[in-house]
Ligand binder design. Sequence first.
Ligand code: G3P
Ligand code: CA
Length: 231
Amino acid sequence: MLIIAHRGASKLAPENTLAAIEQAVRLGVDAIEVDVHHSEHELVVIHDRWLHRTTNGQGRIQDHSFVKLRELDAGSGERIPTLWEVMTAIHGRCDLNIELKGIQDVIPVLTLVDKAVAELDFRPEQFLLSAFNHHLLFETKRIRPEMQVGALTASCPLDYANFGSVLGAYSVHICMDAVTQPFVEDAHSRGLAVYVYTVDEPEDMHILIDWGVDGIFTNRPDTAMNVVAKH
Ligand code: G3P
Ligand code: CA
């Protein structure tokens, strides 16, 4: 079962910051998940559209220039990183799941992925693009059929079989509250890998290992690595 550091090692350092990324890499996680928004012509790594929960700023991302966003404190003196800074920090040392949050156009993301493969020791298969907005994933596959995409879902929708057959998704990313063992088995029979979010309790981790889940998103990758090692 892959351990994916959710927003970096976000129990150990402020979420979606370079500090959280570095902690996760040093722990030896399989992958890191980050949330990405557009800010003017840049891609920034932050979860919410609104700034007040994770920074000392107010209002929405779109209310600020990129320069002003970069002046904010994203926790413990960390700045809101750009996606390129995150890629540079990881430098191919683990996989990267880019969740398309405040994104309308996938081309700038694909351009940065190409640049990371060319300049930062990443292999193309180390990238996984995911989104709750499956239209973005459909567009990604149209432009770049070989790109791995993961379909996010907060529930267990009736039509999830389409994630593989219509969308061409590599994986389904399902909420811990919705996942069941039959779902995992059925998704596998359809060729979909199953990743579950957000799993911080060791008891849940043990259950998901038994169900044959392929990966978990966790704020506690250190705990998850212990669980996997001892299971
Ligand atoms: O990608 C898994 C998970 O991060 C999706 O939910 O709200 O944490 O971005 P959220
Ligand atoms: Ca996310």
